[in-house]
Design a protein around this ligand. Structure first.
Ligand SMILES: Nc1ncnc2c1ncn2[C@@H]1O[C@H](COP(=O)(O)OP(=O)(O)OP(=O)(O)O)[C@@H](O)[C@H]1O
Ligand SMILES: [Mg+2]
Length: 372
């Protein structure tokens, strides 16, 4: 087995240009040759440009972008279904691109699992045997695997259906099997390419819950691609946004919602209920150092919605004090500030229609709002 130290993923200066002798065009692309010019001059399309990503072991990274932005191309570099034209992909410190054939084969079988949008189940095997298949190809005996397989089948709420064949089950059920199969291998890295995009909305939310609950226990490094912002905000510890093969923004959900990188991100984020995403550290008025703690305390990760709920339930409560570690006071927030911060700003875009880089949540409550 390849000696990876953990499930962390580092992607360094990754470029992908499709076409024979693509490497000879990397220098020009690095020097700023645009996608359109490259295509016009050479007939080659570059699909990923200077991608850098650091994914800590045990976290969920969501890669978001519109169709054709390069999500699948990027995720397939992680298990080297695609070789980069330039750059490095390190898993637990080991460069996937330098693995020899046997190492790569073992790595794919045991250390990295993939869940596909189209399930990719074997039609002539029942669900239990589909789950077990991954280890069977490694020569592990079926007999010893059944108990473990059943445990995962139970964990993804699939028990009772394990004797059925793929064509006897709905998409949601098949996707549970896809997940159980990936978990059964017990690889530290799990790749999920639009895994839930084919499911209808209720089942999709249900599967997100299954994944989040499981993750508390399994702590895998999960890379999940989607073009759905709600899904990204729900699942991602970190979110990376791809546009035309470039990484336009990376950060926590709050970073993404508060600091819009450009109009593409703004368009994604416009519909988001900021009350559920933004927490106190993003909107409070900071306290001067040495100020005392007064009134009701909330932690910095309290969402705006939760803070509003606390303040509206108690008419006597004027403001909340936000505290950090060891109850250190960080700031204060009033209902008026919260209401103001919830209003979608009409100046999120500048005169050229580009997103302003400073965050759109306003902490500067105008005088007429602040009067008591
Ligand atoms: N083998 C290939 N040869 C040439 N071009 C390719 C190849 N694979 C992908 N592309 C191109 O790369 C671009 C990005 O495709 P990719 O499938 O990565 O996008 P995506 O973000 O996953 O889209 P979707 O949301 O539709 O799945 C597309 O323009 C696609 O045509
Ligand atoms: Mg795709």
């Amino acid at each position: 087995m390849v000696d990876i130290k953990d499930g962390s993923i580092e992607i360094r200066n990754l470029y992908k240009i499709f076409g024979p002798k693509a490497a000879s065009h990397v220098a020009a692309v690095k020097n700023g040759l645009s996608k359109a010019d490259l295509l016009q001059k050479t007939g080659y399309a570059h699909e990923l440009r200077d991608i850098n990503l650091d994914i800590p072991a045990g976290s969920i990274e969501v890669i978001m972008g519109l169709s054709g932005s390069g999500k699948s191309t990027l995720i397939r570099h992680i298990n080297r279904l695609i070789d980069p034209t330039a750059g490095e992909v390190l898993i637990g410190g080991v460069d996937v691109c330098k693995m020899k054939y046997r190492d790569l084969r073992d790595f794919r079988r045991r250390q990295i699992a993939m869940v596909f949008q189209k399930f990719a189940l074997l039609p002539h095997r029942n669900m239990l045997d589909n789950v077990i298949y991954g280890l069977e190809v490694c020569g592990v005996e079926r007999k010893g695997s059944v108990d473990t397989a059943m445990r995962w089948i139970e964990r993804v709420s699939f028990k009772g259906f394990e004797q059925r064949y793929p064509n006897q089950l709905s998409g949601g059920m098949q996707q549970r099997v896809g997940l159980a199969r990936a978990l059964f291998i017990d690889a530290p890295v799990l790749l999920m390419d639009e895994a839930y995009s084919g499911l209808d909305p209720l089942i999709r939310t249900d599967m997100q819950t299954v994944l989040l609950d499981l993750q508390k226990e399994i702590r895998k490094t999960i890379v999940f691609t989607t073009h759905d912002l709600d899904e990204a905000l729900r699942l991602g510890d970190q979110i990376a946004i791809l546009r035309d093969g470039r990484m336009v923004q990376q950060g926590t959900k709050q970073d993404i919602v508060l600091r819009l990188a450009d109009d593409y991100v703004t368009n994604f984020v416009k519909q988001v209920n900021r009350g559920r995403v933004v927490s106190m550290d993003g909107v409070m008025s900071p306290l001067r150092s040495g100020a005392g703690v007064a009134g009701r305390l909330v932690t910095a990760d309290t969402t705006m919605e939760e803070a509003i709920s606390i303040l509206t339930r108690d008419a006597q409560l004027e403001q909340l004090t936000v505290v950090g570690e060891n109850s250190r006071p960080l700031g204060t927030i009033t209902l008026r500030q919260l209401a103001w911060a919830l209003i979608t700003p009409d100046d999120a875009l500048d005169d050229d229609g580009r997103a302003r880089t400073e965050h759109p949540v306003r902490t500067d409550v105008p005088a007429e709002f602040s009067r008591g």
